[in-house]
Write a protein that binds this ligand. Structure first.
Ligand code: PNS
Length: 147
């Protein structure tokens, strides 16, 4: 049976840390759906279709994961500070979709400190993000901030 996984997030923007987790996931899943959340609470920097060319979902991740037949939800764990939120979310998602397991992946060591919010901040002030994001994302950030 084909093992489908969903990798959800805001991806605002997608970083090399996200890319690293996508590659790691593909070692053990047959199909990976990168699921970009339409987050009503957050004001995204990039409009949805600019962030990453994959599927978007509205509403509950658990429902989306069920709809696409996912067996696994992938999330990255970078530091202890991620843990509490991720743990809560994993338990709630299990409550909503008992058959779907959340699997936590640890990023490459040199990408552990990386987050989309830091990338946004550095790019906003004209800092060099070339080591942190794909060149296409770097260009999009430059256009966004005019730097
Ligand atoms: O990249 P992020 O911002 O850490 O991703 C968080 C995300 C989008 C995975 C989370 O907010 C989410 O799943 N949102 C969808 C709504 C939902 O299912 N909420 C209940 C989570 S238990």
């Amino acid at each position: 049976m084909k093992r489908i996984a969903v990798y959800p997030g805001s991806f605002d923007p997608i970083t090399k840390g996200h890319e690293d987790l996508i590659h790691r996931s593909l070692e053990f899943v047959d199909q990976l759906i990168v699921a970009v959340a339409v987050n009503v609470a957050k004001q995204p920097l990039f409009s949805l279709d600019k962030r990453v060319e994959v599927r978007s979902f509205e509403g509950l991740l658990a429902e989306f994961a069920k709809q696409v037949g996912a067996a696994v939800i992938i999330r990255g764990l970078r530091a202890v500070s991620d843990f509490e939120y991720e743990f809560q979310m994993a338990l709630m998602n299990r409550n909503l979709a008992p058959k779907i397991e959340t699997v936590f992946l640890v990023p490459a060591f040199d990408l552990t400190y990386l987050s989309s919010s830091l990338v946004r901040e550095v790019a906003r002030f004209g800092g060099d993000v070339s080591q942190l994001v794909d060149p296409t994302v770097q260009q999009a950030l430059k256009r966004k901030f005019g730097k």
